[in-house]
Design a protein around this ligand. Structure first.
Ligand SMILES: Nc1ncnc2c1ncn2[C@@H]1O[C@H](COP(=O)(O)OP(=O)(O)OP(=O)(O)O)[C@@H](O)[C@H]1O
Ligand SMILES: [Mg+2]
Length: 437
């Protein structure tokens, strides 16, 4: 029986000493040396784990510039810096690099200190839980469940309408789990031709079918030790469902064209936006597989059920967009905020994200307006009505204050409201009693 392990590869930008090389090898890391000034492909093969070591020893300005540009190209690459007394720590480029790296390689280097540094580096979640944004009670509940489910080695069935963040939640579960340093491999079951699904998931032997020129590892093998995320699980063909059931029950797979059993250690997360019970009734989904998958359930609520999260996320998406683009828009007008609150969001968070990005690009002023968000006519009418209501309220307040010589109690009686309401209305409409008197 062969179980292939994911390779652990460190790309060293600079010159490792013989001792550095020996220590990395002793900890099971394959070391690749790259000169920062030459173009280098830092690719992951399958589920390989790749990190960068940014060697700052004796680095001059050219070397630092090259390192910065490499790090910018590989924003997701976990990296450790290596500095000593030949490093110009006062150099701003050097400081930026150190801030960008996830830690420093300890000196002197030995297998224990290296393992500790790598464990800390790989444990820091790249997509942290805060990326699942929202402060509504339902979203606090979702985040609590993400924490609770993360370290349980059982499948999670993630459900919710399109665009509610099912894939994001799957990433968060992986990043919060003890498997975070191992691969996260996702497959959209509906996006692959049914004839290729089996080979994609479980791999194949050379010659297993026409076109299988070489032996190929499947997703489950390449995710060994990590997480497999099966998106749109309702679209998985029935024969692949049978094999998936076997992974869940026995923890084993067989490559297509082989009867050799391979043990795999993976956690399965699955998502669906279709009703699996209906698919079972229609004979398109195996009931026994459904029971195996539906152990822990995570329901992502539609955006319209998340109250003021809509505005909070809109603000967050705008800020994120502004960080990377120079645009006029800095915020949302009152009318735009009202439209955001009233829209039904059939496309959920994805729709919000797209509307905000678009609005940020097309808005010609500092405040985004409803038209920039392309929010409908009905919204505009509601906004117009509210505007009239506000005007009438303000006029009535001013009339009462004038008629009573700015006496709060008398104005309150005149308008049949409490004195507190008069003060509140003054604040709301920017009327200063002092100035009025
Ligand atoms: N709570 C959230 N906070 C911030 N961003 C979010 C949140 N939920 C979703 N997003 C963003 O919205 C987009 C859609 O999310 P995602 O792809 O996870 O949805 P999905 O439920 O998998 O959609 P589909 O059913 O269409 O596959 C992504 O860009 C994601 O980062
Ligand atoms: Mg999705």
């Amino acid at each position: 029986m062969t179980v292939s392990r994911v390779q652990r590869c460190a790309v060293w930008f600079g010159k490792p000493s013989a001792r550095d090389e020996a220590v990395f090898a002793a900890s099971g890391w394959h070391l690749r040396v790259a000169r920062p000034d030459t173009s280098v492909q830092v690719g992951m093969r399958g589920g390989d784990l790749v990190i960068a070591v940014v060697d700052l020893r004796g680095a001059d300005a050219t070397h630092l510039a090259a390192l910065e540009s490499i790090l910018a190209q590989h924003a997701d690459l976990p990296s450790l810096a290596l500095a000593d007394d030949t490093t110009d720590l006062a150099d701003p480029a050097c400081q930026r690099i150190l801030a960008r790296c996830g830690g420093r390689l300890p000196q002197p280097l030995d297998p224990q200190t290296l393992d500790a540094a790598l464990a800390t580096l790989l444990a820091s979640p790249r997509r942290n839980i805060a990326s699942v944004g929202g402060e509504s009670a339902v979203m606090l509940g979702v985040r609590a469940l993400l924490h609770r489910y993360a370290d349980v080695e059982l499948p999670v069935l993630i459900t919710g309408e399109s665009g509610t963040g099912k894939e994001l939640a799957a990433h968060a579960l992986h990043d919060l789990s003890g498997r975070r340093a191992r691969p996260f491999v996702a497959m959209n079951c509906g996006a692959i031709s049914p004839t290729l699904v089996q080979s994609e998931l479980f791999g194949h032997e050379r010659g297993a079918f026409t076109g299988a020129a070489t032996r190929r590892m499947g997703l489950f093998e390449s995710a060994d030790g990590g997480t497999v995320f099966l998106d749109e699980i309702g679209d998985l063909p029935l024969d692949a469902q049978t094999n998936l059931l076997r992974v869940l029950q026995e923890g084993t797979i067989e490559r297509v064209g082989s009867n050799h059993t391979i043990r795999v250690d993976v956690r399965v997360l699955a998502a669906t936006h279709v009703d699996l019970e209906a698919a079972i009734a229609a004979g398109r989904f195996r009931q026994d597989l459904y029971y195996r998958l539906d152990v822990l359930r995570l329901l992502l609520p539609p955006l319209r059920a998340r109250g003021s999260d809509v505005e909070l996320l809109a603000r967050q998406f705008l800020d994120e967009f502004r960080a990377g683009h120079s645009v006029q828009a800095r915020g949302f007008s009152a009318a735009a905020r009202q439209c955001l609150r009233q829209h039904a969001w059939p496309g959920n968070v994805r729709e919000l994200l797209n509307r905000v990005r678009r609005a940020a690009v097309v808005a010609e002023h500092a405040l985004i307006e409803p038209a920039d968000l392309q929010l409908g006519q009905s919204n505009a009418q509601v906004v117009a009505l509210d505007h009239h209501r506000d005007r009438t309220e303000r006029d009535a307040l001013l009339d009462a204050l004038r008629a009573t010589g700015c006496n709060v109690s008398a104005s309150a009686r005149r308008l049949s409201v409490s004195r507190v309401t008069i003060y509140r209305l003054c604040r709301k409409h920017g009327v200063s009693l002092e100035a009025f008197r």
